[in-house]
Write a protein that binds this ligand. Structure first.
Ligand code: ATP
Ligand code: MG
Length: 331
């Protein structure tokens, strides 16, 4: 059975893109993989987090993942900082990875923007730590959204360079599992920007804890253009906002964009947004309700993470120890 590793940053409440691009696939992959899912708090602090908010969000995300169908008994769910192997492997990879490789990473450019000099060194070496997250478990498959494709290519480069430098076949090749549809859900306010849980505007995203009224309001306010929906997907090409709403509908209803347009093409956004709200409510509200229920028992959530961290460390510890020995650390 192949081993899966994937993570999510506790930088906010999981948004619809996280769900459609990653979490929904994590749930499905549990059927035939050994899965390790991680709340990557070491990654979260690469940008400023209020300490108490970070703790609260870590628990809230745990609740959302359980509500969405992650099974923490059959698989592993934990927070990254609880297993020291990540930081140890991350340091080794900081020394394997090349500045030239990191300079090409578009996520750093997007997140740092023009104010590059004022960002943390952690944000810059983020992809090295992400490689460490995966390879500390020798995981071979990583389900992520399209925005992480480049980081996974870098992780493979790091694994290969490590193997080459130390003359071993130690780390396996990693395969990115990027869903064929809904791999990049866009902001509700700007169809050229990806939906993100850390975007300052809550109106830009559907959060997996939103209630029906909030969802309806956000979709009503979602940016669109004045034209009615086209009847063919080709008509969406230069209409990013329209295309995003059609893609979201398609992903939630389990149909293609063409099928959505066969039903709704020619309609104005008023009726289409009402139909979209309905499918969104059907998916999001049950998860939101179950999340609220789980958050009433934070001790249970802490126990789930503690148990997961113990089992994660059992897998990670021998692998990171062997990597340290290969590098030449005296044991
Ligand atoms: P942040 O803004 O803090 O980076 P985020 O919303 O980008 O938050 P991450 O924790 O960075 O979320 O990513 C978690 C997972 O969700 C990753 O697999 C990522 O590829 C996926 N993902 C994030 N945003 C989207 C999106 N808009 N569409 C599809 N998948 C996404
Ligand atoms: Mg992100």
């Amino acid at each position: 059975m192949q081993r899966i590793f994937s993570g999510i940053q506790p930088t906010g409440i999981p948004q619809l893109g996280n769900y459609l691009g990653a979490i929904r696939n994590w749930v499905a992959l549990q059927a035939d993989h050994e899965c390790i899912f991680c709340l990557v708090d070491l990654h979260a602090i690469t940008v400023w987090q209020e300490p108490e908010v970070l703790r609260q969000q870590t628990l809230a995300q745990t609740a959302v993942l359980l509500a969405a169908g992650i099974d923490p008994k059959a698989h592993i769910l934990f927070n990254q900082s609880a297993v020291s192997a990540h930081a140890r492997m991350g340091w080794i990879f900081n020394c394997v990875s090349r500045l030239g490789w990191l300079n090409r990473m578009t996520q750093f450019k997007d997140k740092a923007g023009k104010d590059r000099e004022n960002h943390s060194a952690g944000l810059y070496v983020y992809p090295n730590l992400m490689a460490a997250d995966i390879l500390t478990y020798k995981a071979t498959r990583v389900p992520v959204g399209d925005d992480q494709r480049q980081h996974l290519e870098l992780a493979n480069d790091i694994a290969q360079k490590f193997n080459h430098d130390y003359g071993v076949e130690f780390f396996p090749a990693i395969e990115a599992l990027i869903p064929p549809a809904a791999a990049r859900i866009m902001s509700l306010r700007d169809g050229t920007k990806k939906m993100s849980k850390s975007d300052p505007s809550a109106q830009s995203r559907i959060e997996m804890t939103d209630d029906a009224d909030t969802i309806a309001l956000k979709i009503r306010r979602a940016k669109t253009d004045p034209e009615p929906l086209p009847t063919e997907p080709a008509g969406l090409l230069d209409r990013p906002e329209a295309r995003n709403l059609v893609d979201i509908y398609a992903a939630l209803a389990g149909i293609t964009a063409g099928e959505v347009l066969a039903r709704h093409g020619g309609e104005g956004f008023g009726p289409f947004k009402a139909a979209l709200t309905e499918v969104l409510v059907q998916t999001v509200v049950p998860i939101a309700d179950e999340t609220r229920r789980l958050l009433e028992a934070p001790d249970h959530l802490r126990a789930v993470l503690r148990d997961g961290a113990g089992r994660a460390a059992e897998i990670a510890e021998p692998i990171v120890s062997e990597a340290e020995r290969l590098v030449g650390f005296l044991k």
